[in-house]
Design a protein around this ligand. Sequence first.
Ligand code: CTP
Length: 499
Amino acid sequence: MENSSRKELLAAYYAATPEDQSKYRYQYSLVEIKKREEDISSLLARLPGDVLNFLEIAGELADKQEVKAYLIGGMVRDLFLGLENRDLDIVLAPGPEAPELNPDLERRKEAHPPGLGNRGQVSNPELEKRKEKGDILENYLRELADVFQAEYSYNSKFRTGNLLLPAGLNVDLAEARREFYQYSGALPEVEAAGIIEDLFRRDYTINSLALVLNRVEWGCLLDYFQGLEDLQEASLRVLHSFSFLDDPTRIVRGIRLAAKTAFSFARETSVLLQEALTGGDFSHLSLERILKEFEFLFASPVNSNLFSLLQQYPLFNLLNLEVGIREGLEEELEKLESYLAEFREKNYNREEWVLRLALFIGDAGEELKKWQVRTDYKEIFLAYESYQSLLPELAQPLAADELVEKLKPLQDEELLILLARSRNKEVEENILRYLRKLKNIGLEITGKDLLANGLEPGPVIGEILARVYRQRLKGKLSSRTEQLAYARSLVREVKGKKE
Ligand code: CTP
């Protein structure tokens, strides 16, 4: 589509009513809407015992409440990929699937008679009444929490809930919904819908598979949008052409998924991704929301897949930062990882994602300075810019106390950034000497000890402690007794001068 007509289309799309917006999505769908069912109960049997047990009970309780319960999203995807996942997403939908499909989808269903199978809506006045009151999910959650003796939370506005089970099993629950967006990057408005609509609003086809948990259909996998084919072809495909603009966080999610699985973006999806990144308006996307996705993206070391993806797609445009991939960055990342591994061993547990991200975005100084984020994060992002001028000084041979004086004001993370970015052996040796040794040297005596030795309160106390500390930095006065003895000699010296 030409650029100008694409722009007009996008303007019309974001100005459309929820119903028309939904129609646009089906019209510009990139998938064929065609139902495929597979019995994957044997695959389910491979799940860890606690997960399987939970899913079976979740299905039984759904039967009891006369709703359909589906396992969806990452867990289903990872089941096929043989990857471990402890995050379960469960969607509840009223009885048989998709009772309130929109008219456009209904039309498409007619065009694919064998596909969508319309079993129609079962009228259950009691269920409808409960649905109107919106307490289906809450009842369901309460019962699940009772069985598992777990805490649950419920959000009545969004009709979502969460359960935290033993051994780190996290369960997110929601009622099936359709979404619409008032502008790119807005939080979606949601309303109740059937399972197809719920699946059609999702990010990638491989995340749009649904597994029925109810007893009679236990293990029946519903694939409406060729998610299984895409899994086989190792392909990431969005469902419709507005997907990345509706929710730009999907871009980062997709890059993360591609890096983790080595899947490739399907051709049209890749074009849409580039289009969104180069032409998208992210002014309404909150920094907090998008940074959360970057936190997940950089939670583990940057592998070569991720590095190439970041070379290919200007992902940092999402943060409104213009930063390229500079020469040598891959080596800097490797260096950072080796230092992180060393400090991790010493229980140095900091938020590593901030450091990895900082190596990518650290040169975007002016823009970064405007960010409203935690001060310590901002200092890390800006570390190279702030302390670049220190590097030539650190390339000189330095006495221990000089080095400490220069590096003491910096957070350890800032030092790690300088270490990773420095290309000078002396600089690195000096920073490492500080981090590995000097920084941990303290004093075992305090001002109180000096007072106890007859010194009057005043600035002289600090001066004496500083002199003891300097000796410590030189490797002397290793015990408290020695420090005290030296301090006493200094006290005598001071007193002698006074008399
Ligand atoms: N989802 C989406 N768009 C988003 C976030 C989530 O469509 N911006 C849908 C996807 O179907 C996703 C599911 O919600 O699979 C659950 O989201 P989440 O638990 O955040 O991700 P997973 O894909 O389950 O797992 P992971 O984060 O490990 O990839």
